[in-house]
Design a protein around this ligand. Sequence first.
Ligand code: HEC
Ligand code: HEC
Ligand code: HEC
Ligand code: HEC
Length: 473
Amino acid sequence: MLRRSFGLKEYFTGFFLTGFFFVFPALASANTDKLGEQLVKDQCSTCHKFTGIPESRFNLKGPDLMWGGSKFKRPWLIDWLTGKEPNIYLKGYRWDLERKVQPHVILSDEGANSVADYFEKHLLDSSAKKDAIDLSHFTELQAAFGRQLFIDHSCSGCHQIMDDEKTMGGPQSATFFNSGKRLNKDWILRFNSMPPDFVPHSGEFVADVSELGLHYVTGFLATEGDDEFKFYEPWKSNHFSNTDSNRGRTIYKEYCMQCHGAKGEGDGPAASGLEPRPAIHAKMAMDQFPLDYLYNVVYYGGKAVGKSPYMPYWGLTLGEQGVADVIAFMQEEFKGDTNASVNEPASTQKSSGVCPEKRTTRKVSFKYSGKKNPLTPSPAHLKAGETLYQKNARPMACRLCHGKKGDGKGPGGAGINPAPRNFTCSATMKSISDGQLFGIIKEGSPGTAMPAFKNLKDKEIWQLIHYIRQFNK
Ligand code: HEC
Ligand code: HEC
Ligand code: HEC
Ligand code: HEC
């Protein structure tokens, strides 16, 4: 992370800004272009190649920049060249040699801008087609899939990313902490499609991912660390203002009934033998569930929201409109009717809100069980826990099942067996350790409705635990 100024800043501000630029603005752009070219030739080409064919990293002093105009986002490039960005190669670029992070040349703002102009004019990669990847419909969940693919396909073996405020993976190649700020989406797609076109014989890696997977991984890298990117929210789209519940009814009959049953009682012909059982829609007050949750579980399937993969992902079959229609139908049809007949024999049915509860939750693994809450129950932590519990936790706010007051009587909890834990019951709660609560929140309780909250940070889970524990005080 070390950088040293080469004194160019003083040189250029002193030389160029005195009069010349401002008196003859028409000449300014031509001179900027000249300046860019000059800088690249004099200050950069000792280490970077700007023409010719890609070469192995073993023979290079810095990354090839023949495609520099297509690769970088301009604001990042300016920040990098003016010394405001940390290094990308944490062990240094020449890992086969000294393995030291080198300070990089620093330019003045004017110098950096003229180099950026030069890149955009002369260093375009014609194989990286503009708008080759369309991210206008890219959702937050798709970025999460991309991230998972990135991990599953060994990418983090050589590229570091952030994982819950810690770094994850090996430092061999470029870091991607803020790849969305550094790299252009179309260039990432082009690179990912065939890495050896850019860095032959450099330890690079070609992965086996489907076209959809490539879209997700590329979208993940193109948005990571870019706070300005706005993810698409399908549940706010036109599809939801144009729903037709009659179309939805037909879809339900053709696709959902086989498991969820003709009347939504979880007793379709395909339901036998499934554990967990298909949800009993008839018992769910569907209009109380957040639309984003319903959309995600139907479009992307159970696994995507921390539930069972027995619930298939329907997006590719039904499209956005079909998913919106079937949700509209369910919200009209299923109001959480308590009179709906229940399939479980009465003896195994556990109603919510009972105390003490019959608790059959599995013990969490050793890596969680010994954990103690490292936070104090300060008002700030309790407040943060409350916001997550009542509103913000995803796939679903805890309130929806565990109830606003923690008594297990949330609108989504009524039809569930086993029932959501009743946090107001001290007889049950005082015997459960911090580590146990932590493990179940993080990984879910398999075979029950309790989802895995994999996207919560450790700190947020501890804040939730403080909040949950105050329900029985
Ligand atoms: C002494 C060798 C050297 C010189 C001179 C040099 N660079 Fe670099 N440059 C590097 C190295 C090494 C890296 C990789 C930096 C890192 O992350 O550690 C790099 C990284 C970069 C990057 C980011 C590359 C990427 O793939 O993300 C850009 C852009 C860049 N340099 C542009 C320039 C420009 C423009 C100049 C001239 C003003 C210049 N460099 C001069 C060695 C050099
Ligand atoms: C065995 C190590 C290795 C693995 C595994 C690996 N890469 Fe790379 N990656 C490289 C090397 C080497 C480069 C070229 C840059 C350099 O010299 O470090 C590179 C460069 C990249 C770049 C361009 C970054 C830049 O700033 O120039 C992207 C994007 C990329 N890899 C994506 C991926 C993805 C996605 C995966 C997983 C499918 C992956 N990589 C797996 C070694 C690896
Ligand atoms: C192969 C069987 C199967 C089919 C077909 C199926 N589901 Fe499911 N569904 C399940 C299972 C099993 C669960 C419960 C998952 C769990 O609890 O982990 C579930 C859960 C759900 C939930 C979540 C309920 C909750 O408690 O949060 C919704 C909503 C849902 N399904 C809607 C649908 C819709 C709409 C269709 C048709 C387009 C459909 N399902 C088709 C098996 C199926
Ligand atoms: C879809 C309904 C649902 C949602 C949403 C939900 N839970 Fe649960 N939760 C359950 C059910 C059902 C159980 C009982 C599981 C069992 O018996 O194993 C449970 C059990 C628990 C337990 C008890 C663990 C134990 O060892 O006894 C904790 C702690 C918990 N949930 C916390 C949360 C938190 C925190 C949230 C929100 C971030 C949340 N739950 C959201 C349904 C839900």
